[in-house]
Design a protein around this ligand. Structure first.
Ligand SMILES: [Zn+2]
Length: 476
């Protein structure tokens, strides 16, 4: 919606983001060369073969999977399909083909994974351009880990008016930066002093003013509408709001409601009128109940939600994006956080396992989302093991990161399953994910819109991160 090279893909909540590179050249010879190579790429047929295939829909893996890709589109999918004449065959051997993974909750422009106070100081020290350049590394690590689409839920730099997530999305769409397809939320919306208030915890008026709707801070239904309009005007594909307190904010309690029912009604109404979905950061049960009644599309985190609240989500068709990796990371690196945040993190962590098990029991829609940035970018797939350890079936976990996320993001008509006519977002992981879900952490092949982004295991250069955590048994 920012770039003229985007094409609208239809559907009431769908987003314009599928770019087609435009030819810009300086002389006739390079025009011709570029033209020939782009035609060749557009017409190339690639046959991907692997021992198994997960198509995003069916409840079993297909044996001897084949996907035929023509240009940027899937031409055919099946078991033991004949290889078309002239096709380039890529045989991935003892691997499982899958739709590209999606992560419905990332912050690619940010990195909160180190020491909290050092990171906070660094955010003030570095100019925003340098932070934007760093974000390109996060984008590359994410797509190389097999995540071909992300919903990026908030990008803010204290006292800055920059829209770095919009710039990153557009640069990826124009093939300037390697990264996943992004649906971005810009700054997110929240109350004064709430989880999203960027000046939370700093000395009063240190930045010379109180944050306002241009920072995503709004109070009262009319201001909430203004903030939604402002974010859509500046390129938001999705609206994010903080309706309860959070873990990594200094001056609020983790589960208190932060928007009123009237504010949430305005938030959802204005966003849906502008054909944007609404994702809400919410740990607390009361805030979740009110947000579900207001008609939000997804609850992010949801740590303290009670069974009655989950049952209401089921009736309304609201998605839960559990972000188990975020609390897992914080618990494993507790000394990185101030004491006040440690107490909030522990409370959320202790509640979320039971909440997740109840969500499975009740059968609500679960989307795959991690809160990447709380932990280093590129480790998104560790969420799969956490979901499976808490009782989710491996194929249901894979489905959450493919077909379910595509539904939540409003892009299911183009991506999320391996089906004829869909965009060729295809990955492969070694071995069999139904036998060992952690193979998702070792994706060996990544194709996005027919372009091969990575083939072969991670090298030192492509390895997602230098720091890691061990994931143990779930905590009750
Ligand atoms: Zn988040």
């Amino acid at each position: 919606m920012i770039s003229p090279s985007k094409t609208f893909i239809g559907g009431p909540m769908s987003i314009r983001f599928f770019s087609r590179p435009r030819l810009r050249t300086i002389c006739a010879a390079s025009v011709l060369a570029l033209f020939i190579s782009s035609v060749a790429a557009a017409n190339e047929t690639i046959a991907l073969k692997a021992a198994r295939l997960f198509d995003g829909k069916t409840a079993t893996l297909l044996q001897n999977g084949v996907v035929i890709v023509k240009g940027d589109t899937i031409a055919d999918v099946g078991s033991n399909l004949p290889i078309p004449d002239g096709a380039r065959v890529i045989d991935l051997g003892d691997a499982t083909l899958s739709p590209g993974f999606m992560d419905a909750h990332t912050h690619l422009t940010l990195d909160y994974s180190g020491n909290y106070n050092e990171r906070r100081l660094q955010e003030l020290d570095l100019n925003v351009s340098e932070q934007a350049i760093r974000a390109t590394k996060h984008a590359r690590a994410t797509v190389q880990a097999g995540f071909t689409t992300v919903r990026d839920l908030g990008s803010r730099f204290v006292a800055s008016r920059e829209f770095v997530d919009v710039a990153l999305r557009n640069s990826i769409n124009k093939d300037i930066v390697v990264g996943p397809r992004m649906l971005v939320a810009t700054k997110g919306i929240g109350a004064t002093g709430g989880h999203f208030d960027p000046m939370n915890g700093f000395r009063d008026f240190l930045f010379g003013r109180e944050p306002d709707y241009t920072d995503g801070i709004a109070n009262g239904p009319d201001e909430i509408r203004k903030a939604v309009r402002f974010e859509v005007k500046n390129g938001a594909d999705v609206i994010k709001a903080a309706v309860s307190g959070g873990v990594l904010s200094l001056t609020d309690e983790v589960d208190t409601p932060q928007l009123t029912p009237a504010e949430m009604a305005a938030l959802v109404d204005e966003s849906h009128r502008l054909r944007r979905k609404v994702a809400v950061h919410c740990h607390g049960d009361q805030a979740a109940r009110e947000a579900i009644e207001a008609g939000v599309d997804s609850i992010e985190h949801g740590s303290f939600m009670k069974p009655e609240t989950l049952a209401r989500m089921k009736n309304k068709g609201t998605f839960l994006t559990p972000t188990l990796m975020a609390s897992e990371w914080i618990m494993g690196k507790m000394n990185n956080y101030p004491l006040a945040l440690q107490a909030k993190a522990k409370a959320a962590y202790l509640a979320r396992s039971e909440m997740f098990r109840n969500a499975l029991k009740i059968g609500i829609k679960i989307s795959f989302g991690t809160d990447a940035a709380v932990f280093p970018h590129g480790q998104n797939a560790k969420e799969f093991k956490l979901m499976v350890d808490l009782g989710m079936k491996p194929l249901d976990a894979l489905k959450s990161a493919t077909a379910s996320d595509a539904e939540l993001l409003g892009i299911a008509q183009k991506v999320g399953t391996l089906e004829k006519g869909k965009l060729a977002d295809i990955i492969a992981m070694p071995g069999d994910p139904t036998a060992d879900i952690t193979v998702t952490e070792h994706v060996s092949f990544v194709m996005k819109e027919g372009k091969i982004i990575r083939t072969g295991p991670a090298t030192a250069e492509t390895a997602a991160t230098d720091e890691s955590i061990d994931i143990g048994a779930p905590v009750d």
